[in-house]
Every structure is written in C-alpha cells, then in structure tokens.
Design a protein around this ligand. Structure first.
Ligand code: NAP
Length: 229
C-alpha cells in the first residue's frame, strides 16, 4: 500500500488532499501542528472509510521533524502547510512589511518544506520511488510578479527554487518533484470570495502526487498544465 504524508492538513486544501489520496487507497498521514485538531480531522476521514492517521507535525519544530526520519515508507509527500505572514501588518506593501514577518514566511513556507524533504528524501531514495509536491502559488510567479505581500511571495518563489534544486539532484531516481498552484481556493487563507472549492484546489496536487514513472519533474503546474515560473 502506498503511503502519503500531507503537511498542515487538518483543514483547507490539505484536508481535501488527504481525502482524495485516501480514496485512491493511499494510507494517509495527516500532518497537523496541533495534534488534537489533527486527530479530529483524521477521525472525520476515517468515518468516510479512509485509512488516515494523524501525525504531530509542526514544520518549524525540530523534534517533530526529526521523528519523520523514523517513518518506514513515504511514497508521496505534499508540502502544503503555509502561512500568509504579511496579513499581520496593516500595510502589506514591501515598503512597510517588517523584515521579521518576511523571515517568518521563509521559516514556515520555505524552510518547513526544506526540513521535511531532508527527512523524507532518504526514505524515498531507499524505496526507489517518490513524488514530492510543493504547494506554491500564482503569487510566486516571477513572470507575473506584482506588488504587495512580499513575505508570502518571496517565500513561495524560494519554494519554487527548492523544487528545481531537488528535481535536479534526484533526477534518474524515480523521485519526481514539482510545484503546484492550486488556484484561488475557498479556505481560511483564500477567503470566502474565492471561486474554487478545496476539492477543486486539491485536484492537480493529487495528480502531481500520483504521477506515473514517466511523469514530469522540476515543473510548475496549474490545472495539470505547466505554467511559467
Ligand atoms: N487558498 C488559496 O487560495 C491558495 C492559493 C494559492 C496557494 N495556496 C497554498 O495552498 C496551501 C494550503 O492553503 P489553505 O488555503 O488550505 O490554507 P489554510 O486554510 O490557512 O490552512 C493552512 C494549514 O497549514 C497549517 N500550518 C500553518 N503553519 C504550520 C506549521 N508551522 N506547521 C504545520 N502546519 C502549519 C495550518 O494549521 P493550523 O490549523 O494549526 O493553523 C493549516 O492546517 C498553502 O501552501 C497555501 O499557500 C492557497
């Protein structure tokens, strides 16, 4: 049975990714920084007949990260956990958002996935199989870069660079690494005006997490199509 680890998945898009991978018969490890919330979310999905277990995982916590190395198998890793750090400041322009909030964005949105990958990649190399999906955003695209939200934008652009770096280092090992923009999705982060449901947002993520061996690596995808960096 294939095993998937989804970070920050007690709510929002990550929760839907767990549901959809569960329906594809994956054993799902539902990562949550608050284990109580994780247990509740996992219980809801088990109630739908899915094989889901909550895992204590704050991607900025060294002990939580170190425990990941003890996992026996991880076929698919979805780096989903993220924050929108700029929202803590009344003016989200790069002229005013303090460097401290930008640092916080990097800590969770870039270094979180970086740390998780350092634990999970050795497991995938041992298996000779792995799919890593870094959840990025249209706000990370250099080709489309606009103003505002520097903390979020910089952290996700750097995450895209991590996708390229790992894809190159792992080439030929059957470990495919890609970035996905889920689109604008109705969640706590996306807000109620967003046009997409979490299920629609999860669709391309699940596609990238279950690519065949001949699938792409080192790409940036939206609606299952490659987009510009
Ligand atoms: N929604 C959109 O329109 C949209 C658009 C583009 C990209 N994205 C990306 O899609 C992904 C999911 O977003 P979402 O809209 O589902 O966000 P969300 O509803 O705000 O959920 C974020 C999740 O990340 C978790 N999290 C935050 N910091 C964490 C940490 N240090 N360790 C572990 N978990 C942590 C949260 O846990 P708690 O419940 O404990 O806070 C929550 O489960 C993110 O990477 C986001 O940047 C979203």
């Amino acid at each position: 049975m294939r095993v998937a680890l989804v970070t920050g998945s007690n709510r929002g898009i990550g929760f839907e990714v767990c549901r959809q991978l569960g329906r594809l018969d994956y054993e799902v490890l539902l990562g949550a920084r608050d284990l109580g919330k994780g247990e509740e979310a996992a219980e809801a999905l088990r109630g739908e007949g899915l094989n889901v277990t909550a895992l204590q995982l704050d991607t900025t916590n060294e002990e939580d990260i170190a425990r990941l190395g003890e996992l026996e198998r991880v076929d698919a890793l979805v780096n989903n956990a993220a924050i929108a750090p700029d929202r803590a400041h009344p003016d989200t322009s790069a002229q005013y958002v303090p460097a401290e909030l930008v640092r916080l964005g990097f800590e969770v949105n870039t270094l979180g996935p970086y740390r998780v990958c350092q634990q999970i990649v050795p497991i995938m190399r041992r298996q000779g199989y792995g799919r890593i999906v870094n959840i990025s955003s249209g706000m990370a695209q250099l080709s489309e870069m606009n103003g505002q939200s520097p903390g979020y934008r910089l952290s996700k652009t750097a995450l895209n660079a991590l996708t390229r770096i790992l894809a190159d280092e792992l080439e030929g090992m059957n470990i495919l690494v890609n970035s996905v923009d889920p689109g604008w999705v109705k969640t706590d982060m996306g807000g109620q005006a967003a046009p997409l449901t979490p299920a629609q947002g999860a669709d391309t993520i699940v596609w990238a997490a279950t690519l065949p061996d001949v699938g792409p690596t080192g790409g940036f995808f939206k609606e299952k199509h490659q987009i510009a960096w």
